[in-house]
Design a protein around this ligand. Structure first.
Ligand SMILES: Cc1cc2nc3c(=O)[nH]c(=O)nc-3n(C[C@H](O)[C@H](O)[C@H](O)COP(=O)(O)O)c2cc1C
Length: 178
């Protein structure tokens, strides 16, 4: 699929067919996604692919107070774990930047995940509403582990993706200066 077509076609997908996802496909998506740029190339995350029956067991972790009911149909998840404190950029012993880039890094990684998934015919939805303590327990990791985003995946159900793109008026978002 051409990259432009992929940008135009991708939508958050919240209705999935019954088709299961191969473990190899999930690994391929993650292998492409870690090519995402990150501050100081720190790649401050680990990725967990949760598939098959385990995905169904995982689902309550993204359904707090009735949110994300649609996720009951998701066939797999990619869970992003925050791995490192934010990058401190130094030059000649001086701190040049102490900015917390982790949110940027995770956001870009997520974009790479959804586009890699799209290129393999999979639908996806980034999920911010999540129970981090529940995820830590599920993954058998320390209770204070951080999981900034989860991506739900599945093959899209027929015609489930809205045709309309709802976006802020481009002319309000964009200005050319020359
Ligand atoms: C950081 C982030 C968190 C999100 N969290 C959720 C979520 O918890 N549940 C959900 O259904 N969609 C979630 N979304 C998806 C957005 O609602 C969706 O991307 C937006 O409405 C634009 O629609 P589109 O992705 O189809 O273009 C999230 C998206 C982002 C980037």
């Amino acid at each position: 699929m051409q990259i432009e077509e992929m940008f135009l076609k991708r939508r958050s997908t919240r209705e999935f067919s019954e088709k299961q996802i191969d473990d190899e496909t999930l690994e391929s998506i993650c292998k492409l996604a870690v090519l995402a740029p990150s501050a100081v190339n720190l790649q401050p995350y680990n990725l967990f692919a949760v598939n098959g029956k385990k995905a169904a067991e995982f689902t309550p972790n993204v359904q707090i107070d009735g949110a994300n009911g649609w996720a009951s149909g998701a066939k797999a998840y990619i869970v992003i774990e925050e791995r490192a404190p934010h990058s401190v950029i130094t030059r000649d012993g001086r701190t040049i930047s102490n900015a917390p880039f982790i949110a940027n890094d995770v956001g870009i990684l997520s974009a790479f995940i959804v586009l890699a998934a799209e290129s393999m015919g999979l639908g996806s939805c980034i999920i911010g509403i999540r129970n981090e303590k529940g995820i830590a327990k599920f993954l058998d990791l320390p209770e204070n582990s951080l999981f900034p985003l989860v991506i739900a995946l599945g093959y899209p159900a027929n015609d489930c993706r809205a045709k309309e793109r709802r976006r802020r008026d481009f002319n309000k978002t964009y200005k050319l200066i020359k």
